[in-house]
Ligand binder design. Structure first.
Ligand code: ME8
Length: 518
């Protein structure tokens, strides 16, 4: 039995609407979840919104409304984004939910029972935007004397009574964990975190008293938990923690926490320490992806370049947007996007290469063979093409996707698409129609088999369009897993059932770049 697979995204702050970075992370996690399901693994996929904390409380106050009203509205936009982008989550968690408060209080009590929590006074710097405490040595100062966090956000001097977590007790176990191959990737982030932990760990302030928008500290009612304590616990809540449920036993420890590079410290240092304190195993892997930049620039309200991911999906199509994001950027590094780049990439690879292949081949099968699939004898060139396609789909793409190297995985797939188009040009089936109709049929039917493998393999990235191609070929829903890639029984079954390929509708239309009004 393949091991169950539990994947999570960061839960997003719903203090505003979703931006393209949120869409990027959701899509990448979805590609992984779908890929693992196709590999036959039982997958649990969780995403959601992180609704407590000072950032939410302040934003709501600015708008003269309650944090709950702000959270309700904005969380709805995040869920709508996920649904529009075909994100196949099992649970969309909101941290205001009852079971989440219960789980957060349970892990708190476990850390307290371990002797890792104590009451003291916090005096130091806090960034509301990052919801993070920083040591003075980590800050930089602007020309005007404003202090900034390592993320470039403003910090405030904060003094209050607080519960502390004995993070300093976990230096060595954390170094051991960070040294475990595969625990934290990419490598550059791992080195950063090792340096951070080796630099010495101070105990962490884990409660606040100056506002009350959060999970109450058990037995200490005037305190709410530091928002990251409750936020990280969402990964447990979704499995039923603290109850010993089936899901809990099957899916913890998580296979992968997928997050952005700015929150690696919380996931690879604080979170494993909380878990160790509560006698729970740490996640198997944390991956910190890069940031997506708009024409090379960070998006911000002041630059006026914040993109609504739903508008992009509407303009270019959901599958095109998914394809572009997974293909264009080497996963783990920062990447840039623009309308021109989306149009250029999708037209070259989806419309002109894969789309054109499907359209040409299936139209000819429809027109010249009445859409009928038949038994045929493969020539050497046919066998060679199918071997190329099969290696790309069964070996190269899955091997790269398993390593979270989507761009190279898709590259391997695209090479196989190009090989098919080259084969069409070389075999010239249109010319064989009169001279050697039997050979024409063999060429077209070889292409049908190749297209089925190509569509099946690319499902995680473009689920709707790949599904439509498989529908057109008559591939049953329960025969679309990666394990089916090696098998050709489907073809014989379709021949026996006298399956006919209908006239193909264009499925990968070319994109046009909207011309700006002068
Ligand atoms: O950090 N490109 O929430 P968040 C790519 N609530 N990814 C980006 C990005 C960009 N331009 N900007 C942000 C939080 N992200 C916390 C997480 S988890 C227990 C709590 C990523 O809404 C960011 O790195 O600020 C993070 O993984 C996710 O979007 C949510 O960011």
């Amino acid at each position: 039995m393949a091991e169950p697979f539990y994947i999570t995204t960061a839960i997003n702050y719903p203090n505003g609407r979703p931006h393209i970075g949120h869409a990027y992370e959701a899509i990448a996690a979805d590609v992984i979840a779908r890929f693992q399901r196709l590999q036959g693994r039982e997958v649990r996929f969780q995403t959601g919104t992180d609704e407590h904390g000072l950032k939410m409380a302040r934003k709501a106050a600015e708008q003269d409304r309650t944090p709950r009203a702000l959270a309700d509205e904005m969380s709805g936009h995040f869920k709508a984004m996920d649904d529009a982008l075909d994100i196949s989550y099992d649970r969309f968690i909101r941290t205001v939910e009852q079971d989440h408060h219960r789980a957060s209080q349970a892990i708190w009590k476990a850390m307290e029972a371990k002797g890792d929590l104590y009451l003291d006074r916090y005096e130091g710097w806090y960034s509301i935007r990052d919801e993070a405490y920083y040591d003075a040595s980590e800050l930089t100062e602007t020309e005007s004397g404003e202090k900034l966090s390592p993320q470039g956000t403003p910090v405030e001097w904060t003094v209050e009574e607080s519960w502390f977590f004995r993070l300093s007790n976990y230096q060595q176990p954390l170094l051991d964990l960070l040294g475990t191959p595969g625990f934290l990737e990419p490598e550059s982030r791992r080195n950063e975190m090792i340096a951070f932990v080796e630099g010495g760990l101070r105990d962490l302030s884990v409660s606040r008293t100056s506002f009350d928008w959060g999970v109450k500290v058990p037995g200490s009612d005037e305190h709410v938990m530091y928002v990251w304590v409750d936020a990280l616990t969402n990964y447990l809540t979704g499995l039923g923690y603290p109850d010993d449920t089936d899901d809990w036993r099957r899916f913890w420890p998580a296979s992968l926490h997928l997050i952005g590079k700015d929150i690696v410290r919380f996931h690879s240092v604080y979170w494993p320490a909380f878990l160790m304190s509560a006698d729970l195993p740490p996640p198997r892997k944390v991956f910190g992806h890069g940031f997506l930049l708009n024409r090379g620039q960070k998006e911000s309200k002041s630059l006026g370049n914040v993109t609504d991911p739903l508008a992009l999906a509407e303009t270019f199509g959901v599958d095109n947007l998914r394809y572009f994001l997974m293909r264009e950027v080497a996963f783990g590094q920062d990447g840039s996007y623009s309308a021109e780049a989306i149009v250029a990439r999708c037209n070259a690879e989806l419309a002109n290469s894969f789309g054109n292949l499907v359209q040409r081949a299936l139209s000819m099968v429809h027109k010249n063979m009445d859409g009928a699939l038949r038994a045929f004898t493969q020539a050497e060139a046919d066998e060679a093409l199918l071997a190329t396609v099969r290696t790309a789909c069964r070996e190269k793409l899955p091997e790269r996707f398993e390593a979270l190297d989507f761009s190279q995985g898709i590259e391997a797939w695209m090479q196989a698409v190009w090989a098919c188009n080259q084969y069409v040009d070389e075999q010239a089936p249109w010319a064989l129609r009169k001279t050697d109709p039997e050979r024409m049929e063999a060429v077209l039917l070889t292409l049908v088999i190749a297209i089925r493998d190509l569509a099946l393999a690319i499902q995680p990235v473009i689920p709707t369009r790949a599904g439509a191609v498989l529908d057109m070929l008559g591939i049953a829903n329960d025969a679309r897993n990666y394990a089916d890639l090696g098998d050709t029984g489907w073809y014989d079954a379709l021949v026996a059932a006298d399956h006919r390929i209908a006239k193909p509708e264009p499925m990968f239309p070319r994109l046009e770049l909207a011309t700006e009004a002068a």
